[in-house]
Design a protein around this ligand. Structure first.
Ligand SMILES: [Zn+2]
Ligand SMILES: [Zn+2]
Length: 261
């Protein structure tokens, strides 16, 4: 049974609970390891990430918690870096590499705010062809390890966040599959695990984790690995539905990394 989770947000960015509340909850759940992954600073968008002046406090607080609870749980100081962030991340124990925007011309199109935004960008830049937008997204994802030198690949198919309720991408089309397969192919040689991310389930957007099982099977076929993460924004969603999905993911035969190191 998985007893680790390295993707969680706190009041240092857009989460609801303090780091210590998260730690106490993780200990109550019998976890062995946990990692804090504050939204790294994106200079073009200050709305969801850590404010620049808070960074020293974040580092100090997580380090203090590491010490305080060292006999009960192993704590990592991490960051969820965005592809378009140019923040120095050398002081962190690990980095989750995520793509939350697609930069087209001078615009940073937000991938995970709402379906309308994705539609609009497809209209504006691709004559309404949403698959062209998807191709552009996966081109950026394909480069995420290269750009951020990350330890975990975050929510691989984030652009499908609204797909269950508002389907705008033809995910069954050959073009779509070719786009994500190309990204997997580009990322596999790095050896960096892909997240099995249940964050959109806990927040009511999806009923299945990122990435899809078809994607997990392809990752397995290519020799890649995965790591479970909850992308929690509150203490009650740490390791969210891990027990529900663990056996199903295991059944694909993919290598599951149960610990970061
Ligand atoms: Zn993210
Ligand atoms: Zn996150």
């Amino acid at each position: 049974m998985i007893k680790t989770d390295y993707h969680m947000h706190t009041t240092f960015c857009d989460g609801k609970n303090s780091p210590e509340e998260m730690v106490q909850s993780a200990i109550d759940m019998g976890m062995e390891e946990m990692g804090f992954s504050v939204h790294g600073i994106t200079f073009h968008d200050n709305s969801y990430c850590m404010k620049r002046e808070k960074k020293p406090l974040y580092i100090e607080e997580i380090k203090a918690l590491k010490e305080k609870y060292r006999d009960k749980i192993k704590i990592y100081l991490g960051v969820e870096g965005d592809y378009y962030s140019s923040e120095d991340v050398s002081m962190y124990d690990y980095v989750i590499g995520s793509v939350h925007y697609v930069k087209i011309e001078d615009e940073y199109v937000v991938v995970d705010s709402n379906a309308e935004c994705l539609k609009k960008a497809s209209d504006k830049y691709f004559g309404g062809d949403t698959l062209s937008f998807a191709e552009k997204y996966y081109e950026v994802v394909a480069d995420v390890v290269n750009k951020l030198d990350c330890d975990i690949i975050g929510h691989f198919n984030l652009l499908e966040k609204f797909q269950e309720k508002t389907p705008i991408f033809d995910t069954e089309s050959e073009r779509y599959k070719k786009a994500w397969k190309k990204a997997v192919d580009a990322l596999i040689p790095s050896g960096v695990p892909f997240e099995i991310n249940t964050g959109a389930i806990s927040r009511g957007y999806r009923t299945v984790p990122y990435p899809s099982f078809e994607m997990i099977e392809y990752i397995k076929e290519k020799g890649g690995s995965v790591i479970f993460s909850s992308d929690s924004h509150a203490k009650d969603t740490i390791m969210y539905e891990f027990s529900k999905w663990e056996d199903k993911v295991r059944a694909t035969g993919v290598n599951i990394k149960e610990k970061l190191r």
